[in-house]
Design a protein around this ligand. Structure first.
Ligand SMILES: *[C@@H]1O[C@H](CO)[C@@H](O)[C@H](O)[C@H]1NC(C)=O
Ligand SMILES: *[C@@H]1O[C@H](CO)[C@@H](O)[C@H](O)[C@H]1NC(C)=O
Ligand SMILES: *[C@@H]1O[C@H](CO)[C@@H](O)[C@H](O)[C@H]1NC(C)=O
Ligand SMILES: *[C@@H]1O[C@H](CO)[C@@H](O)[C@H](O)[C@H]1NC(C)=O
Ligand SMILES: [Zn+2]
Length: 278
């Protein structure tokens, strides 16, 4: 009797499942906002999709901050001076709502640049102007936005490419479909970006670095440590512009120095080791 109950209990669930059936995988909730090439394997596709979604989240917040505060925001004025806000709003919005068809992220290292020491990715320039290669290093070292203001990161003393979201934002601006040749490099590093804004230069609102720094700073200030953020350095804030002169952009990434002689003729690297080609 006891045996029979036991046997029935065992038999019931087994009978309910046809023999040796593997469950059909449930759908992955992660969707990439930009096309990812099949050369990226499953983990790379998923990591990249999550990082690109973080890029969209980062700029969505930046756009919201500008729409709400405009130049009333001291952070706005710190990065964009007295320039009208329309250009920066558009530069963020095209990341969120732009047509992503002519953009491709790939993982197969077609130009061989990923072999260069310290390279985390590159725009393909003349070889394929709508394509960006993301090298293995990115999957290892680029950080999630959840670590903004943590692990020693400060806005003023850390590289913008500490986070994958801002690194990918920079890479997206190099793609003609997004940057349209308007978002370019006019300033390098935190001090350079602040100088651009102080002079009320029109370039501030379409400078690639400025757009990254602003997005990170308002994210830190509004979202991560509300009302405080993590500017770092001497914490001199927005309207205090006495000692901008002293700063030099720290070059932290030793590896980049080694690669100087290997870069293509029409290209150059700058902070963080990105390749920029004309
Ligand atoms: C994808 O490729 C990377 C780099 O070669 C590797 O580390 C990772 O294990 C691969 N993932 C899968 C699921 O094969
Ligand atoms: C702020 O923007 C308004 C127009 O929206 C403009 O009239 C004003 O001069 C700007 N102020 C500063 C400090 O740039
Ligand atoms: C374009 O391709 C050539 C030949 O493979 C290569 O030498 C060059 O570095 C590539 N350019 C970029 C920007 O990767
Ligand atoms: C930039 O614009 C602000 C606000 O209008 C003004 O206070 C400041 O003097 C301007 N700076 C320069 C260098 O023109
Ligand atoms: Zn660049």
């Amino acid at each position: 009797m006891q045996f029979l109950t036991f046997a029935l209990a065992l038999a019931a669930p087994i009978a309910a499942l046809p023999a040796a059936q593997s469950p059909r995988p449930l759908e992955d909730p992660v969707k990439s906002p930009f096309p990812i090439h099949h050369s990226c394997n499953a983990t790379e596709q998923r990591q990249l999709a999550i990082a690109l979604q973080e890029t969209v989240d980062l700029v969505s917040h930046a756009k919201t901050h500008i729409l709400r505060w405009g130049n009333e925001s001291s952070i706005y004025r710190k990065y964009f001076g007295d320039r009208p806000s329309l250009t920066a709003i558009g530069a963020y919005d095209i990341i969120i709502n732009g047509n992503a068809d002519n953009i491709l992220f790939r993982c197969d290292n077609p130009d061989g640049n990923c072999a260069l020491d310290g390279w985390a990715g590159h725009w393909r320039g003349a070889n394929a102007t709508d394509e960006t290669v993301i090298c293995e290093l990115s999957y290892e070292v680029r950080r999630s936005l959840s670590t903004v203001c943590g692990l020693g990161y400060t806005i003023s003393e850390s590289e913008t490419n500490t986070f994958w979201a801002s690194d990918l934002l920079h890479r997206l601006y190099h793609m003609p479909a997004i940057g349209q040749g308007l978002v370019e490099h006019y300033a390098d590093g935190y001090e350079g970006v602040l100088e651009l804004a102080e002079g009320n230069r029109t370039e501030a609102v379409h400078d690639s670095e400025t757009l990254q720094y602003f997005a990170l700073e308002v994210y830190a200030y509004d979202v991560v440590v509300p009302g405080v953020g993590c500017v770092g350095g001497d914490e001199e804030e927005t309207s205090d512009d006495q000692n901008e002169e002293t700063g030099e952009t720290p070059v932290e990434d030793q590896d980049d120095e080694d690669t100087e002689e290997d870069i293509p003729e029409n290209c150059h690297t700058h902070e963080g080791g990105e390749l920029h080609c004309t």
